[in-house]
Unconditional design. Structure first.
Length: 209
């Protein structure tokens, strides 16, 4: 996920959908495209349906939440969902429901050459319920919340005293969850991807970008 989200295109919704051009793109903090989004129904305040094409992984070690609840059906490909507690593989055909407060990070599978393999999902979202952003682990086991608009290119690597938002962000503590545990999950993701990608379905539409 990223601090850079293009303004959605509402003009000619159906024409753009039929053209194949995404209505919205999300970039990583490094500037590359992370996700392409198509509106399968006209964008509205109540219930939306998106087609998501993930073309890059979330930047570790941050997790993010969402402004709405959502249900996601993975149509093609596979990815590893990293949370505060563990990491799990999601494969095509799997339907999951997540409340807005759910925090996670998406790690795409890689092919034998190390290239990330895109995946497709259909996502249904509810109405906007909360501000969303990123959660960065601290050494004391707490989580620092950073609103998405303030998540800079330094990501979680910025020291608090260099971050003007540090005094404005919320610190969230999770009993029994320490940042070292999250870092361990992050270190294991690469090995899991390399070791298990051959056992999982891969995407059908080429490499990144």
């Amino acid at each position: 996920m990223s601090a850079s989200i293009s303004a959605p295109s509402h003009r000619g919704w159906l024409h753009q959908l039929l053209s194949g051009r995404p209505h919205q793109e999300v970039s990583t903090e490094r500037g590359g495209i992370y996700l392409r989004r198509w509106f399968l129904v006209p964008h509205n305040r109540f219930v939306n349906i998106y087609l998501h094409k993930f073309v890059g992984s979330d930047d570790p070690p941050a997790l993010h939440n969402h402004p709405w609840w959502f249900a996601s059906l993975l149509v093609s490909g596979t990815y590893c969902e990293v949370t505060e507690r563990d990491s799990r593989w999601r494969v095509a055909g799997r339907l999951v429901f997540r409340p807005a407060r759910h925090r996670h990070r998406v790690e795409l599978a890689r092919d034998d050459s190390g290239r990330e393999q895109p995946c497709l999902s259909v996502v249904v979202t509810g109405p906007h319920r909360q501000a969303w952003g990123f959660f960065c682990p601290r050494r004391n086991g707490e989580w620092r919340f950073i609103p998405w608009r303030n998540f800079s290119g330094g990501g979680c690597g910025e020291a608090d005293h260099n971050n003007p938002e540090a005094t404005l962000t919320n610190t969230v503590s999770r009993t029994g969850i320490r940042s070292s545990g999250v870092n361990s999950v992050r270190r294991n993701v690469g090995a899991n991807v390399a070791g298990r990608v051959n056992d999982q379905p891969t995407a059908l539409f080429g490499g990144r970008r």
